[in-house]
Design a protein around this ligand. Structure first.
Ligand code: SF4
Length: 405
């Protein structure tokens, strides 16, 4: 059977019975896996754990985990390489991504694109898309947010990437925050200059350990709306497709926006960041490995009931997240509870149809969720339009494999 047929049959099985049988056992495998490849990073961005933890406890993905996932690659449609670090730092990244491609899997990653000396020609045929984290169009803003990186290096790498991998989809990923709010339109101009045709603006994920709540634009929403409208207009003019967060209104009051701008301009971001770093460094967590999944799910986690039709989540059902230690869980929103560990069980199947996942599916079917799902904004924003089995287009049909299904 061809890989495309195997993947399509997998989707058919998901659509036929997303929650599986009465015990929650399913006859399908995940279509999309996010695999953390590295928790090392070459930067310490102001909204990230690396900001105060650096690379303490950081590691690279063990190739054994890649091997243990091998039986499910024929079914998988997409692999995303991110977790806590920069995937391009993994010394075997090229080898891993080529392997995924052999199974007809779409390979995508986010990168800070800040590593000096990457030869993108070596990654020819390894990626389908790359999202470049870019939060500033001016050196000062970019390097203030992306601490440890060089704006010039980023731009040089973007040029080299476009020439080394001309066929892949390249996206600018921008975290919208007060530090860069007034130059969002310039980031669109930068993208156009670098030949990048797509920009995704994302809301800042507030990190309580950093204490960066005040960087979020929720208290200057008119200004945020004005600046995003300007960014979109710039994109329309320059042929760059822009995607803006749905929570930002499309209209704004110009007088309120101007008042918000005055407050923003009087903020000393350098002093704020310095102060936060000093406070965050005192936090109890001692190294980056403490951010990883460390607790198996339990029956007592299922305490929340949500209305009919609002509990389904395609991350929970047809996707999964695998961290550096081989812990398997539903998604990267839930980084502290896992369903099972690949190195301990020695098999993905034992986890995927094991007791923890079966309990999760039975509960989700009945609208009963653990707290991380109950509080998950991704679910609340996507549940109503979720059509399990239909979210990832099958694009590749590479070769024939026998003995699957
Ligand atoms: S509801 Fe949210 S936390 Fe739960 S599986 Fe889905 S994406 Fe993950």
């Amino acid at each position: 059977m061809t890989l495309s047929k195997i993947k399509k049959e997998n989707v058919r099985r998901i659509q036929a019975a997303p929650f599986g049988d009465a015990q929650g056992r399913v006859p399908y495998y995940p279509r999309y896996i996010q695999i953390e490849h590295a928790s090392f990073c070459n930067a310490s961005c102001i909204m990230c754990n690396h900001f105060y933890l650096g690379n303490r406890g950081a590691a690279f993905l063990d190739p054994k985990i890649i091997e243990l996932l091998m039986p499910i690659y024929p079914y998988v449609e997409m692999i995303m390489l991110n977790g806590d670090g920069e995937p391009f730092l993994h010394p075997q990244l090229q080898q891993f991504t080529r392997l995924y491609q052999e199974y007809g899997i779409i390979v995508a990653a986010n990168t800070n694109l800040g590593i000096k000396g990457i030869d993108f020609n070596e990654f020819y045929g390894c990626f389908d898309s790359l999202s470049l984290s870019c939060d500033g169009a001016e050196k000062e803003t970019y390097e203030r947010i992306r601490e440890g990186l060089s704006f010039e290096q980023f731009c040089r790498n973007a040029v080299a990437l476009k020439s080394g991998l001309p066929d892949i989809r390249v996206i600018f990923d921008v975290v919208v925050m007060k530090e860069n709010l007034l130059e969002l339109f310039k980031i669109v101009e930068l993208a156009a200059k670098l030949g990048i045709k797509e920009i995704h603006f994302n809301m800042l994920g507030v990190n309580p350990e950093i204490g960066n709540e005040s960087d979020a634009v929720s208290d200057c929403i008119h200004l945020a709306a004005r600046e995003l409208v300007k960014a979109q207009e710039t994109g329309d003019r320059l042929g760059v497709k822009t995607f803006v967060p749905t929570v930002i209104p499309k209209t704004f009051d110009p007088a309120v926006a101007a008042a918000e701008e005055k407050i923003l301009e009087s903020t000393d971001f350098n002093a704020l960041i310095k102060e936060r770093k000093a406070c965050a460094a005192k936090q109890i967590r001692e190294d980056i490995s403490d951010n990883h999944l460390h607790q198996e799910t339990a029956d007592s986690d299922y305490k929340y009931t949500v209305p009919d039709g609002k509990a389904w989540c395609s991350w929970g059902l047809e996707r999964c997240y695998v961290d550096l230690q081989g812990n398997v869980t539903t998604c990267c929103f839930n980084v502290h509870h896992y369903m099972g560990n690949l190195l301990e069980t020695g098999s993905f199947e034992k986890i995927w149809n094991g007791e923890n996942y079966r309990t999760f599916r039975r509960n989700m079917k009945n609208g009963v969720l653990p707290y991380w799902c109950a509080n998950c904004t991704w679910r609340t924003e996507n549940a109503s339009k979720m059509e399990t089995g239909r979210t990832i287009p099958i694009k590749k049909d590479v070769k024939t494999v026998k003995g699957t299904y």
